[in-house]
Design a protein. Sequence first.
Length: 297
Amino acid sequence: MPIYVVTKNPPIATQIKNFKNKKSGKVTEARRDIQHRFACLDWKDQKKILNLFLESGQTDRDWAYSKLLWIWDDSFTEKIKTLWDKYHEYKCSWVIIRHLPKEFILEKMQEIDIGRNYYFISLRLSGLTNWEIDKEKLSIKDYLSLCSQTERSMDDSEVLDLLFRLVHDKCVEGPTQDDLKNISYGSVFSATSFSEIRTTLYHVYGIGCNQAAEEFEKWNETIQLRITESKDYHEICETPMSDRTYQTRIYSIGIEYLYTALHNRYKKADDPSIEQMKAPFTYYTVVHDYNNDELPF
């Protein structure tokens, strides 16, 4: 049974003073205590802490930026502008995109259009009559998500084309751990086994292109049926193996059927061979998940 030791909390004013005094020898302890208690403090103290951290090193500034995403106050506007001009820090750009005036975002567009920021910039500026989305700067999933959230109409044929292009891209890129871990013994790996494709289909329904979504799902069901009727599928189902081995084997089968079923117009000359796509891999090295530094909107 764990033993919890209750300690006396020093006044937050004391910890702020210790953090501010770099010669106190208590900066690390004060930082840890301030961050731990921050959510329960009064706004007056929170505001003082945020200003203090914004005036500190990059790690402290990054922590403050992450807090300002959720507890913004316009009094920070000028400080954020100054920090951006001085440091051009990625997480500072998140605060700019979410809270600063749209005119400032447009002014600094070329500077803050980094990483996955363009998606969030487009969400923020979508209400402007002169704002046009450049879909070449977006992944297929993000583009369809934007169209769904900003209520932009799309043609079913265009959406279906994008879905098949996404299948191609996922076949070439390979799976994430999340794509594989939900594959149970006896099931098959198909287009909707890719979490990114499932999410994209959700956005397609959000746009109102139900016909495109249903046609794509029907195509995917055809692939699933071909797999379950294949000799390779029956062989692995009849062979005892671990879950991870099964996931690897069924992925190899699924990727071959998916890529083969794609129309040639979706395939590229520099695509790896099917054998390379389905080559055995180590389960824990298959990681193509999104960057942890995505803007948490």
